[in-house]
Design a protein around this ligand. Structure first.
Ligand code: ATP
Length: 354
């Protein structure tokens, strides 16, 4: 049985829909991210779960209880905002203790729980400091400790890491996941950063223009994106348009016929295809599925990225930096890939085929 359940949830501001037909079931202990571009309805969804935004239609249940119209403070959820929202005039210890005082927890137990929460986020030595005396990462951890100390059934995180610089952000992603695994709190995180969503979550909910377009485990989402948007929003993708050829065994893209596998689509059907740049291999010119010319090459540290012009348009190819000499700009190359690595997307975004 799902622990947190949204059924046909919608939110309208005046006549404008912010969230439509939202259906989501989250299991106890799961870490789920809401991912999508600005304005797609992620924060509105989180706010409806928290009770800060009223649900226009639909139902939200938590542990079998209908909380659709429950007041925010009766839901008992832990919330961490992008801005951390710490009390500036209170020490770290008092910030973390505040929620327990509101719950009228006795002093001795409060002290014990605050100490445990600060230990969890490695901030015991900072208990007597004020927020202004902390770094961004430390403030973020205080906010996390403050949310977790009340032992909420669900932890809601709204872009919790977006104020941190890239390096710290990456460290905190791992730390956040570790802490969540340790305490086992069901967690919903809003982010517009696909790498963050993929690296931390058990499942990712992709939203576009107020609607959920795919809910999947990170690896599945990457390997089997259902729409054109998802395939290029989650990682890089070469998108190709073609028509199914030869009773479904291949697809015609411009002048070329390329093999295609396991999609079961009828001949003559227009299709959009997605091919990940790292699934393409260089082959000697004259061999491979396609001929190309390397226009530009970019060094990414662990990888090389190439822009290759071909008869069906420009393709991006990514190869690991294995210490060998990279392919030179201006080279004529063959391009090869395994047919089963090509993903078929629906042409109409609303009717995915997978
Ligand atoms: P971001 O990543 O930029 O925070 P988001 O995906 O969280 O975006 P929401 O903040 O949920 O998006 O907004 C969804 C839509 O609802 C947007 O079109 C936004 O303009 C609209 N919206 C949000 N809050 C309100 C409000 N209080 N009144 C009117 N419209 C609103």
């Amino acid at each position: 049985m799902s622990f947190l359940k949204l059924t046909d949830v919608a939110k309208f501001y005046g006549g404008a829909a912010a969230v439509i037909d939202m259906n989501l079931s989250v299991d106890k202990g799961e870490f789920v991210s809401l991912l999508g571009p600005s304005g797609c309805g992620k924060t509105t969804t989180l706010q409806m779960i928290a009770g800060f935004a009223a649900v226009t239609t639909g139902r939200i249940e938590l542990a079998g209880r209908d909380i659709t119209h429950a007041k925010p403070n009766t839901r008992g959820l832990g919330i961490v905002f992008q801005s951390y929202a710490l009390f500036p005039h209170m020490t770290v210890r008092d910030n973390v203790s505040f929620g327990l005082e509101m719950l009228r927890i006795a002093k001795a137990e409060r002290a014990e729980r605050v100490a445990a929460a600060l230990a969890l986020v490695h901030l015991e030595p900072y208990a007597a400091r004020y927020p202004r005396e902390l770094s961004g990462g430390q403030r973020q951890r205080v906010a996390l400790a403050r949310a977790l100390v009340i032992e909420p059934p669900v932890l809601l995180l709204d872009e919790p890491l977006s104020n941190l610089d890239a390096k710290l952000r990456e460290e905190m992603q791992f730390e956040l996941r570790q802490i969540q695994r340790k305490v086992g709190t069901t967690t919903i995180m809003v982010t517009h950063d696909q790498t963050e969503a993929m690296s931390i979550s058990d499942r990712v909910v992709v939203m576009e223009a107020g609607r959920v377009t795919q809910i999947d485990r990170p690896h599945r989402l990457y390997e089997h994106p259902q729409t054109r948007f998802i395939s290029s929003f989650v990682g890089k993708a070469n998108l190709l348009d073609g028509v199914v050829d030869r009773a479904g065994a291949s697809v015609k893209i411009g002048p070329l016929s390329l093999p295609l596998e396991g999609h079961g689509l009828p001949e003559g059907r227009p299709v959009a295809l997605s091919l990940r740049p790292e699934k393409i291999r260089f082959a000697p010119a004259g061999t491979g599925l396609l001929e190309g010319n390397v226009d530009e090459r970019f060094f990414l540290g662990s990888q090389w990225l190439y822009r290759v012009s071909t008869s069906i348009g420009e393709l991006v190819v990514v190869c690991p930096n294995d210490g060998e000499r990279p392919v030179e700009e201006g080279s004529s190359v063959g391009l090869d890939w395994t047919a089963s690595q090509v993903r078929v997307l629906a042409v109409a975004e609303s009717t995915p085929t997978e």
